[in-house]
Every structure is written in structure tokens, then in C-alpha cells.
Design a protein around this ligand. Structure first.
Ligand code: NAD
Length: 472
């Protein structure tokens, strides 16, 4: 077998891996980037964040034109050209992935296409698509292999009927009746896409509410809107069995809204979480240990149990979010190149790109209550925002979790049109240790939805201009 030397070797070219490879190259390192995908970008660019946001944009167009009827502007029913929609979705991803490939070339990152498995603590065996094997002897390695859809027993079946997110994003068809198992990020985002495209969507969620990680008051406006778009939302209910018949999928639902009789759907999307992609990588041969949940065990410097091997992104633990991976990439590269660095964010934003979007960062109210931290939560309803009114979208809310004594912002939650863009101000406020007064005194442009952050801070201070609360 051929042997090659690699100073910094990165396994996996998703948003964590390519960020690590590019940064290491920018710091003057010689970098080899290994990935077995047809194009770089990992799940995020090829079959995750980007394709789903492209389809969600189309869903928003459908919903917005429908809503315009209320304001006196009628559009006809949308004519769907599924082949063209697929082409558009693919073109967006292709443009991005070819940009990543070009940037790798410009930075002289050696891009190796093939499946990598560790042969030992300093060796990665890479098998190219043509079967050729090369043993890369590395000085440092960064594992960024991401995650895969979880498919619990009982929820598996033929890919044409029982979909995971990858199949659903390929837009194979628009089913008449679609069941979505799981009311988390993927279930609600892709459920929204298919509902806008014309499917009758039923969501089944095991817990008592949608998006179990988010505060219930932030989820409420979304749940209300989705109730009008989806055929049904069944909470505290669990899908326990899927059986394929000649024409449909027979689904057993247990729990509060389950029924003794199985229900029939044309297609089922299983979105019950993702699992770290850490199996069959030879990690045990490299001396890299895993947690009970299958994540690579790492410290705050992204070091694994084996010196010289680092791990970042979904493979290294929750939250499984691309932006967390990209930031860990910086830390891993800095530590690997003997720089002092630690991954200690005060806030990692979470955004669910539904309509309305739900976004939060820092401490949630649920966490604050559970941990007994002293806090005060304040809410600025978007019904008091001129900008929200001009958009016809007053269902939103902006919420701050504030430390009463210091007035420091501990958490921010926003539900509403464009909340995913607005949340960054909250992340910055928490990272910078800003107070409610800092936010309130910062001049925000009028009329914008960003003013709701300033006014929420004013609610905390007791003098919001547009939202009056009698003194207690
Ligand atoms: P998730 O953890 O967000 O949601 C899964 C849901 O399925 C949970 O609410 C869970 O209670 C429910 N569930 C589990 N088993 C069930 C059963 N048998 N019947 C009914 N409900 C069941 O997972 P996901 O939506 O698959 O997404 C996986 C991860 O991918 C997310 O946690 C997130 O990290 C990432 N992601 C992020 C984004 C984004 O940033 N916008 C989008 C998509 C995915």
C-alpha cells in the first residue's frame, strides 16, 4: 500500500471539516482533507441545511402569496414543476459545493476523495472510489465526520415509502398524505415544505409539545400557525410501528392521541433525531474513545483521548449544529498548532427555520427554572411592533432572560418572521456580557423587527414606549 505524509489531516469536509482545513491552511499548515462524498460540504451543503432552506424559501413564497389575499392582493394557485424545483434546489447546493472545492484549491488544501479509517494513532487508511488504498501518516488529525439520521427499530422500511431527511430533501414526489414522525427541527421544517407543496401533513410528537428544547411560550405562536397548515399535530404520542402495504404505510400510534386502529399514510418521514457518525472509522485502533451515546469524547480544546487527534462537530457532541462545528474547528486548529484556545461559548444560537422562525440562545427559561438560577423573564409582543404590523405578522414575541441584580442578559428567545437573523444580536449581547440598559440605550433603526430586542430590554427596565405594563 502507498504511504503518504500529512501534517494536518482533516477527516470529513462538512462545515466543521472544511472550516478546519481552510483555517489550518491560512495559518500556513500543509493540509489534507479527506471525504467520501461526491462533492465537499458534507450533510449541510449537500443534503441538510442548504437544500432545506432553499425549499423552505419556496414554501414561504407559497404561504406569503396565500396570505396576501387577506390584504387585497390575489394570486392564483401555484403551479408546481417538480423537476424544475429539484433542479433549483440542486443548483444552489452545487454552486456552494463547487465554491468550497475552488477555495480548497486556491488554499492548496490537498483534497482526497475516499473513505478514511484509522489504522493506528498516526495513520488513516483511505480507500478511493476505484479501490486504491493510501496510508496517510499524519502529525495531527481532526475528525469531523458529522452525523446520520437515526432509524430506530420499528421505524425502518423501503426508502421509497419511509423517508429520512435525505430522501425528503430530494423531493421525489408530493405525497397526498404524509406522516412526519418527530416534531423537532427536521420534522417541522420539512413538514412545512411538504404542506406548502400540497401534502396533507400529520405530525406525531412523543413529548407534550413541539420542539422540546425550546421554551413553550416561544413555540406557541408556531404551533398555532402550523395547526392551520397541517392536517393534524398529535402530541404525547409515539409512533411504534410502520407496516408497508401494497398501497400505503400502516402506522401504529400509541399515547394520548393514538388509537387502537392503525392509520394509513402514503409516505412517512422519520425525523426522530440524528446519531453521530463514529462507527466503522477505526477509532478504536487509533485509541480514540466514545461516550455511551456514541460521540467522540473530547475536552474543551477539542482533544480526544489520543494526543494529536481532535474531534469537532456533530461527531463530538450536541448541539448538532453547523455553526458550532465551524467554531470548534477554529479551536481544534489553534490547539493542534500549539496556540492557546478553548471552546467556551456563552451562547450557541438555535434556529428552527419554520414560518414563523423560532430562535433562541443562552439560557432558556426552562433551564433557568430547573437550575434554580435567579432570573427575570420579559416579553415584548410583536403586536406592539409597527414593522410586524406592516408585514401582517404580529404573532411573534421577543423574550429576554435577565439576571435581576446585574441586569445582565442571560438568554434571548425570538419567535417571528426572520427570527433567525435577529437572534445574532442576542448572541452578541450574551457573549459581550451586555445588560438590559446596554440594549435599551442602543439606537435601533425604525421601523424594524430588531427594535423588539431594544423594547424587550425597556420592558425589563419598566419603560417600553410601545408596550405599557402597569407597575406592580
Ligand atoms: P430533534 O431531536 O430535533 O427532534 C426529534 C423529535 O422526535 C423529538 O421532539 C422527539 O421527542 C421526537 N420523537 C422521537 N421518537 C419518536 C417517536 N417514535 N414518535 C414520535 N416522536 C418521536 O431531531 P431531528 O428533527 O431529527 O433533527 C436532528 C438534529 O439535526 C437536530 O437536533 C439539530 O441538531 C439538527 N438540525 C438542525 C436544524 C437547524 O439548525 N435548523 C435543522 C435540521 C436539523
Amino acid at each position: 500500500m502507498k504511504t503518504e505524509k500529512a501534517k494536518v489531516l482533516v477527516l470529513g469536509a462538512g462545515p466543521g471539516g472544511y472550516a478546519a482545513a481552510f483555517y489550518a491552511a491560512d495559518l500556513g499548515m500543509e493540509v489534507t482533507l479527506v471525504d467520501d462524498g461526491a462533492s465537499p460540504g458534507g450533510v449541510c451543503l449537500n443534503r441538510g441545511c442548504i437544500p432545506s432552506k432553499t425549499l423552505l424559501h419556496l414554501a414561504r413564497l407559497v404561504d406569503d402569496t396565500r396570505a396576501a389575499g387577506e390584504f387585497g392582493m390575489q394570486f392564483g394557485a401555484p403551479q408546481m414543476d417538480l423537476a424544475k424545483l429539484r433542479e433549483w434546489r440542486t443548483a444552489v447546493a452545487d454552486r456552494l459545493t463547487s465554491g468550497i472545492a475552488d477555495m480548497a484549491k486556491t488554499r492548496k488544501v490537498k483534497w482526497v476523495k475516499g473513505r478514511g479509517r484509522f489504522g493506528g494513532p498516526n495513520s488513516l487508511l483511505v480507500e478511493a472510489p476505484d479501490g486504491e488504498q493510501v496510508d496517510y501518516r499524519f502529525e495531527s488529525a481532526i475528525v469531523a465526520t458529522g452525523s446520520l439520521p437515526a432509524a430506530p427499530p420499528g421505524l425502518a422500511g423501503s426508502a421509497s415509502r419511509i423517508w429520512d431527511s435525505t430522501t425528503a430533501l430530494a423531493l421525489p414526489e408530493i405525497p397526498r398524505k404524509l406522516l412526519v414522525v418527530g416534531g423537532g427541527y427536521i420534522g417541522l421544517e420539512l413538514g412545512s415544505v411538504y404542506a406548502a407543496l400540497g401534502s396533507a401533513v400529520t405530525v406525531v410528537e412523543m413529548t407534550a409539545g413541539l420542539l422540546p428544547g425550546a421554551d413553550p411560550d416561544l413555540v406557541r405562536p408556531l404551533a398555532q400557525r402550523l395547526a392551520g397548515k397541517f392536517e393534524a399535530i398529535l402530541l404525547s404520542s409515539k409512533v411504534t410501528k410502520l407496516e408497508e402495504t401494497a398501497a400505503s404505510v400502516r402506522v401504529t400510534i400509541e399515547g394520548a392521541e393514538g388509537s387502537p386502529a392503525a392509520r394509513e399514510f402514503d409516505r412517512v418521514l422519520v425525523a426522530v433525531g440524528r446519531k453521530p457518525n463514529t462507527r466503522d472509522l477505526g477509532l478504536e485502533r487509533a485509541g480514540v474513545t466514545l461516550t455511551g451515546a456514541g460521540f467522540i469524547r473530547t475536552d474543551k480544546q477539542c482533544r480526544t483521548s489520543m494526543p494529536g487527534i481532535f474531534a469537532i462537530g456533530d461527531a463530538a457532541g450536541q448541539p448538532m449544529l453547523a455553526h458550532k462545528a465551524a467554531h470548534e474547528a477554529r479551536v481544534a486548529v489553534e490547539v493542534a498548532t500549539n496556540r492557546n484556545s478553548t471552546f467556551e461559548p456563552k451562547a450557541i444560537p438555535a434556529v428552527v427555520f419554520t414560518d414563523p422562525e423560532v430562535a433562541w440562545c443562552g439560557l432558556t427559561e426552562t433551564q433557568a427554572k430547573a437550575s434554580g438560577i435567579a432570573y427575570k423573564s420579559v416579553r415584548f409582543p410583536w403586536s406592539a411592533s409597527g414593522r410586524a404590523m406592516s408585514l401582517g405578522r404580529t404573532e411573534g414575541v421577543t423574550k429576554l432572560i435577565v439576571e435581576p441584580e446585574t441586569e445582565r442578559i442571560l438568554g434571548v428567545g425570538i419567535t417571528g418572521y426572520g427570527a433567525g437573523e435577529l437572534i445574532s444580536e442576542g448572541v452578541l449581547a450574551i457573549e459581550a456580557g451586555l445588560t438590559a440598559s446596554n440594549l435599551a440605550k442602543t439606537i435601533h433603526p425604525h421601523p424594524t423587527l430588531s427594535e423588539t430586542l431594544m423594547e424587550a430590554a425597556e420592558v425589563f427596565l419598566g419603560f417600553s414606549t410601545h408596550f405599557y405594563r402597569p407597575k406592580r
